[in-house]
Design a protein around this ligand. Structure first.
Ligand SMILES: *[C@@H]1O[C@H](CO)[C@@H](O)[C@H](O)[C@H]1NC(C)=O
Ligand SMILES: *[C@@H]1O[C@H](CO)[C@@H](O)[C@H](O)[C@H]1NC(C)=O
Ligand SMILES: *[C@@H]1O[C@H](CO)[C@@H](O)[C@H](O)[C@H]1NC(C)=O
Length: 319
């Protein structure tokens, strides 16, 4: 279900409502401030919230005069966008690194069980942004699907490397994730992707698949064949033989020079013979959401694997 319009309006409405409510509370305590009009929130019945008892069980902190929070945090409530003042009640959510005005987050939680900021779960590994449907291995489960789990290998001298592990095909480094097109550029971490292609690339047990395959014929040649479209594969070649790949319906080299090894389906990428590979995924389908400045996330924490398009959180007033 990708009902984008309602959650967006709902969140925007809720934010406006909460801001006004807090301003109202603030105005009640500071009567010389001008009165603000309150707007009616647009409620979406499909969003499930928490009961009052659960909300009450979440830790609260009464801010002292120093206004110092137990964990580092900026001093503004991300829901109502107003600064914390001494003697205000601040609430946090378990597993959530953020604080909120209790009055603001309580209203939010009655309607939506998730931490409004943590739901985004966007993080960096090297220069690669990791976000839904992906998650890093140490992120909470609600950040992304298990099949889209990545690990971040810390490097001493270079940028950290994002690793995608296939059940049968091993580890690939992720170079680029295109969230809008739902494709990712990978490179074979353990070296020599053409060897894996010759053995048969087994992507079973993963949601990723080739988006564009082409049939190549691999040959083992005694001299290097110089011909347009003939690609030498360095990692399979030796010092007195050359393994080359040629588009299967293209040029055929002389059999006195080259022996056919096999026909191979290659997941195309401009540099596949140097271990590059482009794969795509179809589910969850967030292409519409992404092209409308949205961010896909789970429908509800713990409520299965349904994704929905939420956008106001990242691109609207909460961020
Ligand atoms: C694959 O990557 C994972 C996660 O970084 C790592 O634990 C594992 O050792 C790697 N496997 C190989 C064969 O390099
Ligand atoms: C992938 O490898 C696994 C384990 O060897 C095997 O059970 C499965 O059939 C293979 N899938 C393909 C498409 O070859
Ligand atoms: C190619 O042929 C050479 C000998 O002519 C052999 O040593 C080598 O293993 C062959 N390579 C492949 C990938 O078949």
């Amino acid at each position: 279900m990708f009902g984008a319009g309602i959650p967006v309006l709902f969140i925007v409405g809720l934010v406006i409502y909460l801001r006004n409510k807090v301003e109202e509370d603030y105005n009640n305590r500071h009567p010389n401030q001008p009165e603000l009009l309150s707007t009616t929130p647009r409620l979406d019945a499909s969003v499930k919230g928490l009961d009052g008892q659960t909300i009450e069980a979440y830790p609260v902190t009464l801010l002292s005069e120093s206004r110092r929070l137990p964990r580092p945090n900026d001093n503004t409530c991300p829901i109502c966008l107003s600064e914390y003042q001494a003697k205000e009640m601040i609430r946090t959510i378990p597993d959530c690194e953020h604080y909120f005005h209790a009055v603001c987050i309580d209203e939010w939680l009655k309607l939506n069980a998730a931490c409004p900021l943590c739901q985004i779960c966007s993080t960096l590994c090297g220069s690669q942004t990791v976000r839904f449907p992906f998650r890093l291995i140490d992120q909470p489960q609600y950040c992304g699907y298990q099949d889209f789990e990545l690990s971040c290998q810390v490097q001493e001298t270079t940028q950290d490397v994002t690793i995608l592990t296939f059940p049968y095909a091993g580890n690939f480094s992720v170079f680029h994730i295109d969230y809008a097109q739902q494709v990712l550029q990978l490179s074979y971490s353990e070296g020599c992707l053409p060897r894996i292609l010759l053995q048969g690339l087994n992507l079973s047990g993963s949601p990723f698949m080739s988006v564009n395959t082409q049939s190549y014929t691999f040959y083992n040649c005694s001299t290097m064949v110089q011909y347009p479209g003939v690609t030498k594969i360095p990692c399979l070649s030796g010092f007195n033989f050359y393994v080359v790949a040629i588009l299967t319906d293209g040029y055929t080299p002389l059999t006195s020079v080259c022996l056919e090894i096999a026909k191979v389906m290659v997941p195309m990428s401009t540099d596949w013979w140097e271990d590059g590979m482009t794969l795509g995924w179809n589910q969850p389908d967030c292409r519409w959401c992404e092209s409308h400045q949205g961010t896909c996330l789970f429908e509800n924490v713990g409520a299965g694997l349904q994704a929905r398009c939420g956008s106001a959180i990242k691109h609207g007033m909460l961020h």
